[in-house]
Design a protein around this ligand. Structure first.
Ligand code: SF4
Length: 489
C-alpha cells in the first residue's frame, strides 16, 4: 500500500521557492513510498545529517536522496540550537514531514515511524501524542521548536517550514485526554478575502438549542450549565500569549470567534467574556480588521450590540468591523425548518436588519451544501445560489455587507444524517460535486464568499477520502477565497 504519494512537479517548484540556497532541483520520477520505504528513507536522511556537503544543485532521483536533501537543509536551520543528535533528528523529521506532504495523515505517519523505530526518543512520546492525535501539524512544529531547541519561540516562523492551516481534528476523546483547562477547544488559521485569519473555538457550555439534524457540535462542548468569565479569559490569553508568535499576530486580519454554539447566549458565554475577547483581540493583533462572532439569531439584542460598539469605539482609530455569523444552513424554508430542524426564520433576520445597519454590523451566512438526503446536486446548487441572490438583495435594501460561508456537508458522527448514510439514503458531496458548485456559483460584487473544506473534526466520511481530487479542489478554492474569483477566469 502506498502511504506517501508525492506530486513531484509541485514539490520541485516548492523546493526552489522555499529554500533560497538552492540553485535548482529536479525530481526524476513520481516518488511513492510505502511504510518500509519510508523507514529506509528516514534512515538514509538521518545518516546524511552528519555528512558535510557543499552541493547546491540537487538531482533527486529517489526517496533516499529526497529525504537526505530535506534533512540536510533543516539541519542547517537547527544544528546550532539543539543539544542532542536525537532532538535534531526529531526536529528534522517533523520539518521534513511538514514540507513533504500537506496531508496531515501522511506527515504524521513519518513522525510516528520515527518515534517507534529510533531508540532514545521514547521520552518525547507523551509530548508529541496530543498533536499527532489531533493531526495538528502547526502545534507539533511549535512544540518541537520550543521543547527540542533553544530557539527563541518568536523566531520559529523564520525557518522556511510550510505547514497547512487546516484545523486540528479535535474529538470528544481527544478533549477528555489532552485538553488543558486553560486551552480553548481549538484554533487554526485560514485565508479570507482580507488576508490571514484566525478561527478560535472557545470551550464553554454547549449550544442550548441542540436540535439541528446534521450537527453534533454540542457533544464536544463542556456539559456544564454555566461558565465563569475568567475561564474564558484564560483561553483567549492562552492562544494570544502562548500559542501564536508575534510574527503571526502581525499577519492576522480577521478572527472568527466561536464556542460551537452561540456567543450571544449569556448562559453559555457571559457578556463580560465576549467583551474581554473582543477587546483583547483588538489589543493583541495590531493589524486586525474584522471580528466575526457566531450566534443564533434569537440571542441577539440591541443592548449587546450597543455594548460591543462601545468596546470597538474605544479603539476608534483601528476601524474594526464586527460581523455576526448566523447558521442559515439551507435557504429553502421548508427543508431548513422541517427536516433540518434549524429553527431559523428569514422574517426574524429581516426584523433585525435595521439594527445591523444602525450599528454598522456585517453578517455571515453559514450555508451547508447538500445538507439533507434526497437533495439532487442541481437543487443543492440552486439553494446556495438562492442565498446568494437573497444576500445581494438585503445589501441593496439595508447596506449591510454579507459573506456567504459555504461548507460542503459531511456526515457527523452521532447525527440523524449518519443514520441516513448508514442506511444508504444519503451520500455527502465529494470533490467533484463541490467543483460543480464552484463552477455554477452565482457571484455578486456586493456579496463576499468563502468556501470551507473543514469538517470540524466530526466527520464520519470525508471529502479528503478522494485525495487527489481534493488537493486539486483545495488549491482552486484557496485561490477563490483569497481573490473572490476563479483562477484563469
Ligand atoms: S448547528 Fe448550531 S444551533 Fe444547531 S445544534 Fe449545532 S451548534 Fe446548535
Amino acid at each position: 500500500m502506498t502511504i506517501l504519494d508525492i506530486d513531484t512537479d509541485l514539490l520541485s517548484n516548492e523546493l526552489q521557492v522555499t529554500f533560497d540556497n538552492v540553485v535548482g532541483v529536479t525530481l526524476s520520477s513520481n516518488i511513492k513510498m510505502d511504510e518500509e520505504k519510508l523507514l529506509d528513507s528516514l534512515q538514509h536522511g538521518i545518516n546524511s545529517l552528519f555528512q558535510y556537503t557543499t552541493q547546491n544543485y540537487y538531482h533527486i532521483d529517489s526517496c533516499d536522496s529526497l529525504f537526505s536533501y530535506l534533512f540536510k537543509t533543516y539541519e542547517n536551520n537547527f544544528k546550532d540550537f539543539t543539544t542532542s543528535d536525537n532532538d535534531l533528528i526529531l526536529l528534522c523529521t517533523i520539518s521534513t514531514s511538514l514540507f513533504l506532504s500537506k496531508s496531515s495523515a501522511q506527515s504524521l505517519l513519518l513522525v510516528y515511524l520515527l518515534l517507534n523505530n529510533l531508540d532514545g526518543l521514547e521520552h518525547h512520546i507523551d509530548g508529541v501524542t496530543p498533536y499527532l492525535e489531533a493531526h495538528d501539524l502547526r502545534g507539533l512544529l511549535f512544540w518541537a521548536v520550543k521543547i527540542l531547541s533553544s530557539i527563541n519561540y518568536d523566531r520559529s516562523s523564520d525557518f522556511n517550514i510550510t505547514y497547512e492551516y487546516a484545523p486540528p481534528k479535535v474529538t470528544l476523546d481527544w478533549l477528555k485526554k489532552h485538553r488543558k483547562p486553560e486551552q480553548p477547544m481549538e484554533f487554526w488559521f485560514y485565508n479570507s478575502i482580507i488576508g490571514r485569519s484566525l478561527f478560535l473555538v472557545l470551550y464553554t457550555p454547549k449550544c442550548r438549542y441542540a436540535k439541528c439534524s446534521g450537527c453534533n457540535l454540542p457533544s464536544l462542548s463542556s456539559q456544564d450549565k454555566t461558565t465563569s468569565p475568567s475561564k474564558v479569559y484564560k483561553q483567549v490569553d492562552y492562544v494570544l500569549h502562548e500559542s501564536i508568535s508575534s510574527g503571526e499576530k502581525n499577519t492576522i486580519k480577521e478572527v472568527i470567534v466561536s464556542n460551537n454554539g452561540n456567543l450571544f447566549d449569556i448562559k453559555t458565554m457571559p457578556t463580560l467574556s465576549l467583551l474581554y475577547s473582543i477587546n483583547t483581540l483588538i489589543e493583541e493583533l495590531p493589524n486586525l480588521k474584522k471580528i466575526v462572532i457566531e450566534s443564533r439569531i434569537e440571542y441577539l439584542n440591541e443592548h449587546q450590540l450597543k455594548t460591543i460598539e462601545e468596546v470597538v469605539s474605544a479603539h476608534e482609530e483601528r476601524n474594526i468591523q464586527i460581523e455576526i455569523a448566523l447558521g442559515f444552513e439551507i435557504f429553502d424554508d421548508e427543508i431548513r425548518n422541517g427536516y433540518y430542524k434549524k429553527g431559523f426564520n428569514k422574517s426574524d433576520l429581516e426584523k433585525l436588519m435595521p439594527l445591523f445597519s444602525k450599528y454598522n454590523i456585517s453578517l455571515k451566512f453559514y450555508m451547508m451544501y447538500k445538507a439533507v438526503p434526497n437533495m439532487s446536486t442541481k437543487n443543492a446548487i440552486a439553494d446556495i445560489n438562492n442565498a446568494s441572490v437573497y444576500a445581494h438583495e438585503l445589501f441593496n435594501e439595508y447596506s449591510v455587507g454579507i459573506n456567504i460561508h459555504i461548507s460542503p456537508t459531511y456526515v457527523a458522527v452521532g447525527t440523524l444524517l449518519e443514520k441516513e448514510f448508514n442506511e444508504g439514503n444519503y451520500e455527502p458531496p465529494g470533490p467533484k460535486e463541490v467543483n460543480k458548485l464552484c463552477n455554477e456559483l452565482i457571484l455578486y460584487n456586493n456579496v463576499s464568499y468563502y468556501i470551507s473544506l473543514n469538517d470540524e473534526g466530526l466527520s464520519y466520511t470525508h471529502i479528503e477520502d478522494d485525495y487527489r481530487e481534493f488537493i486539486k479542489l483545495k488549491k482552486k478554492i484557496d485561490y477563490f477565497n483569497s481573490y473572490q474569483k476563479w483562477k484563469d477566469s
